[in-house]
Design a protein around this ligand. Sequence first.
Ligand code: AMP
Length: 407
Amino acid sequence: MSFEQLNLDPRILKALKEIGFEKPTDIQAKSIPIAMEGKDIIGESMTGSGKTAAFAIPIVQKMEAKKGVQALILAPTRELAMQISQEFEKFSKYMGLHVAIVYGGVSIVPQIDRIRHSEIVVGTPGRLVDHLTRRTLDLSGLKVMVLDETDRMLDMGFIDDIRKIFSKVPNNRQTMLFSATVPEEIRYLTQNYMKHPIKISAQKHVSRHLLKHTYYDVNQDQKPGILAHLIKIENPELAMVFCSTRHMSDILARKLYNFGIQAKAIHGGLSQPARTNVLEGFHKGRPKILIATDVAARGLDIKTVTHVFNFDIPKTVDDYTHRIGRTARFGKEGKAISLLCKHDHDSFRRIIQHIKIEKEYAKDFDPKQYQDTSEKRQQKSYEKRYDEQDHKQKRFRRMNREYYSRR
Ligand code: AMP
């Protein structure tokens, strides 16, 4: 199937040609015709499937310029909201439409102004509720509402905000819901807020045969060293390293730095400008290593990630699948490498039942090369201070002795 066969506005076709979209992905081919008919959709798919265009193209086609907000897209994180709004900007380049992006952690005032002039609003649930409460966002003319990465929004506790938003939108709207998994809570949303939704599941664009999964058995205290060693050997074009906590991500970035590897951490504890800065740098390969928590990395689309390292093992198969979905995309090769300690075996067993993961050995790893230099430096400065004090005490004792012997 081609985009031309989908009855799209020539201005959208022109934009698609310019950005190099030659033919629709599986989810696009399945969703776009149904979405254009105005039907509700539940899309079971994840980042990498091309799902953003699957809902954005039909939305762009339906919008009427300068007629107020007609489409609302909910996303779990600021980064994903930004990514979605950038895609909208691309598809609507020749349509005279405007996209407002709305998320917390930054001033609300410029957002209010932007919303006034936009047909499409993309945002995170918390800040959207703020705007609704202040009446700076009018959804009375809404035609389409999209919930993206719905499972993650629910994991992050946004259910009440989502309910509030649903209570402010017209009943005759179209609703599209995208989620990698469809747990019970999502069924609650689909039953209460959707009309005869059509379920669509689609292939990911992760190429299974191009993605190699391996794991290493390691001691907890050697993990940072082995990671540094593997990064040096593998020499990734871009790599994402997953940690389970913000704290660990920060510590690991420092440890890698001490081993001569530039890496930056991204997590919810950073300010919005800092997060944007880290991501923009990573897109350009400065630095090549991004350390992330699952939540911060959710939905990020970075095309040239060649390696995914699981520094901490994900708890579920779904989390594993989300993480590795960052690599081996659109025909490129990729590697997913997991570092496994004793306490990880239970979680890992569940994953390995579904995915073939080969064991590897870090043969050339020399632990001495990867002793933490910061710890070594601390030890040295402590010894130096101790020596100096010892020296002073000895001198003091000698002077004392000399003084009393002279008397
Ligand atoms: P998504 O799953 O929406 O995050 O999309 C993943 C990546 O695939 C994004 O970088 C899109 O720009 C790209 N993409 C989506 N659809 C197509 C297409 N039909 N042809 C080429 N690239 C695409």
